[in-house]
Design a protein. Structure first.
Length: 142
């Protein structure tokens, strides 16, 4: 089991890469070319139009920051909120497994939620910025 404990930094890296890539892929078209359409869509959901800018930034910029492991906890929080609103306003009425159901955004939100509490880990720019101290506790050696 101690061997697996040593792999925790790699696990956090995998979580960050998966979440970051998916969020950047979803945010890119909103930021570069589709922002007006996204504002229209957000207002059609009964939300203020300016929330579309927050949503696009959380997805694209937050995804990039999570990917890099820079300000990862704050970025993961923004992503978690964004996904929570998406589940509530877009996916909930389709059910968990229905067409456009909430299973995928729920899984991404769970990854973001974990990163809020565990941080980016030692293989991240946050770790370098702090002087190399990782956010994953190391098991004591025998």
């Amino acid at each position: 089991m101690r061997y697996l404990d040593r792999l925790q930094p790699l696990a956090l890296l995998v979580l960050r890469v998966v979440l970051g890539v998916v969020m950047v892929a979803h945010g890119y078209p909103k930021v570069f070319g589709g922002l007006a359409h996204h504002v229209q869509y957000v207002t059609s959901l009964g939300l203020p139009g300016w929330w579309a800018y927050l949503s696009a930034a959380a997805e694209f910029l937050g995804g990039l920051l999570v990917l890099a492991g820079l300000f990862a906890r704050a970025s993961a929080l923004a992503i978690c909120i964004d996904l929570g609103v998406a589940i509530w306003k877009v996916h909930w009425h389709n059910g968990l497994l229905g067409d456009k159901g909430y299973q995928f955004p729920l899984a991404l939100a769970a990854i973001a939620f974990a990163l809020i509490f565990f941080g980016a880990g030692p293989i991240a720019l946050d770790s370098i910025r702090r002087g190399g101290g990782g956010s994953v506790s190391k098991a004591p050696k025998k």
